[in-house]
Ligand binder design. Structure first.
Ligand code: SAM
Length: 270
């Protein structure tokens, strides 16, 4: 892509634009968009991925926050019938307004690192319309998303995302692929919402609460960290050893704890 615009990258919008054609191509091949697909790109920036996504023939909606990039995107892609541009904050975007069929929306984004976790949670609230998601994220975040129990990466993010999705760490991308280069390594992750939840909780909110509480002090035993929510007897009734630390439990065990809590939920915290 020729760089004929003069846009100064803004730090507050997390702007690190992809310029490595090999990396762009590898991302597009991982997504493998087809003409019948319904795509949503978060933060198209100067269109590094947008161009190839549109070339697939798929219908593409994009959400970009930076007003200064809107004319640049319109000039480049405004004439294409499969392109719809929304100016605004993806964290506040109403994904149901896209009227996508269940399990159809394919979400893509080289995400601003400062919004990646809240954005993933916002998208998971709409998991029913999403077919898959491909994101460029900080490598450490991808490692946490893809982690299994037993290590320091396993925590609230891994558990709540794996509750909803299968997670695949596809490949890593060094800082040199971006302009300006970020200070950290990046990676591409694929998230695929489960057709049927493998470990459904009776109440999803209680699962969030148990996981948040447990990992608030990850060095302590569950008996200690969950004291305000469950007695040791209740923890054991869920088939969990209260002397373990939170990072030793798998998703299924957290769901059993949440279901135990559902029997007699505590008052809602402030
Ligand atoms: N996709 C482009 C690329 O790969 O070169 C740009 C990636 S850049 C890391 C992140 C983009 O997200 C920027 O264009 C930035 O303006 C935009 N952005 C930042 N915060 C946003 C938000 N809350 N909602 C939508 N877009 C946002």
């Amino acid at each position: 892509m020729t760089e004929h615009y003069q846009h100064r990258a803004r730090k507050r919008f997390g702007q690190n634009f992809l310029h490595d054609a090999g990396v762009i191509d590898r991302i597009l091949r991982s997504i493998h968009a087809k003409p019948e697909d319904r795509l949503l790109e978060i933060g198209p920036g100067q269109g590094a991925l947008t161009q190839g996504l549109l070339a697939s023939g798929a219908q593409l909606d994009v959400v970009e926050l930076d007003k200064d990039l809107i004319p640049i995107l319109n000039q480049q892609f405004g004439g294409k019938s499969n392109f719809i541009l929304h100016q605004g904050d993806a964290l506040k975007f109403d994904f149901t307004s896209l009227n996508a069929a269940p399990n159809s929306l394919r979400v893509v984004g080289n995400l601003p690192y400062n919004i990646s976790t809240p954005l993933i949670f916002h998208l998971l609230n709409n998991a029913g319309i999403i077919r898959d998601m491909h994101f460029m994220l900080q490598k450490e975040v991808v490692e946490r998303l893809a982690a299994g129990p037993g290590g320091g990466d396993w925590g609230r993010l891994s558990i709540m995302v794996q509750y909803h999705c299968r997670v695949e760490h596809l490949f890593n991308v060094g800082p040199g692929a971006f302009n300006p280069p970020p200070k950290v390594d990046s990676a591409i992750v694929r998230l695929v919402p489960h057709a049927v939840l493998p470990h459904p909780a009776k109440d999803h909110k209680l699962l969030e609460r148990v996981v948040r509480e447990a990992f608030n002090q990850r060095r302590k035993t569950l008996r200690n960290t969950l004291k305000a929510l469950l007695s040791n007897a209740e923890i054991e009734a869920a088939g969990v050893d209260g002397s373990l630390r939170p990072e030793q439990l798998d998703l299924a065990a957290f769901v059993r704890l949440a279901d135990q809590l559902a029997i007699q939920p505590p008052p809602v915290a402030d």
